[in-house]
Design a protein around this ligand. Structure first.
Ligand code: G4P
Ligand code: NA
Ligand code: NA
Length: 194
């Protein structure tokens, strides 16, 4: 998606060979027109898939998930993160380990908001090691719902998450796929379609 890649090149900050800071438009301050364009792009890519629900993870997945839900006309649900859960009876829960932050969080979704007749689009802002996506897939499976695919705003294609998910036959749609952050420079993989 050209508009997103241009924004990454103009406003993103390469913090290291593995971390891209995008908190001026995605992770802290949010750029609404860009989020709207992102929502339109995901909606276009998944419009034939009978999506009934978007599932993401708080907090940075919420903005793109909400805009996609707006365009597709379906609700967006965000899994909540908690250090430890006590009342789990009415919740689907999964464990998500972050290699970046070296911590494990339980994530949870109320059984009220995901059911077996749902067709789910899982979304997130970043795909790195894929642990957050796997946790969300676990929750979709617990609900007995159908997975349509995964929508990612920024994939760090030089990290293993994307491969891990695609190897399982899962459809992963990425709007900007980064091949390298070396030498302080963002490089994208070539795409057939922008
Ligand atoms: P994984 O889920 O793919 O395994 O990723 P990882 O553990 O590495 O990511 C942990 C957190 O860091 C996630 O946010 C993820 O979105 C974010 N992240 C990963 N790589 C980058 C990066 O290069 N730049 C930025 N800005 N973020 C990155 P989170 O902890 O869930 O936080 P949030 O959603 O509240 O922002
Ligand atoms: Na995130
Ligand atoms: Na994040």
């Amino acid at each position: 998606m050209k508009k997103l890649k241009d924004k990454i090149l103009s406003d993103g900050k390469v913090l290291s060979e593995s971390v891209l800071k995008v908190d001026s438009f995605l992770n802290h301050q949010i750029d609404p027109p860009l989020m709207q364009a992102i929502g339109e792009e995901f909606a276009l890519r998944f419009k034939e898939d009978g999506i009934t629900k978007i599932l993401t993870l708080e907090s940075s997945g919420i903005a793109p998930a909400m805009m996609t839900g707006l365009v597709l006309g379906v609700p967006a649900v965000f899994a909540r993160k908690r250090k430890s859960l006590t009342l789990v009876d009415h919740l689907y829960t999964a464990s998500v380990h972050s290699y970046t932050k070296n911590e494990t969080n339980d994530i949870s979704v109320s059984k009220d908001f995901l059911q077996k007749d749902d067709v789910v689009l899982v979304m997130d802002d970043f795909l790195a090691n894929g642990q957050a996506a796997l946790g969300l897939l676990d929750i979709v499976e617990q609900a007995g719902a159908k997975l349509a695919g995964i929508g990612i705003v920024i994939e760090k294609g030089f990290q293993p998450g994307g491969g891990l998910l695609r190897e399982r036959g899962i459809r992963v749609e990425t709007l900007a796929n980064i091949s390298s952050l070396e030498n302080g420079k963002v490089t994208f993989f070539e795409e057939a379609k922008n």
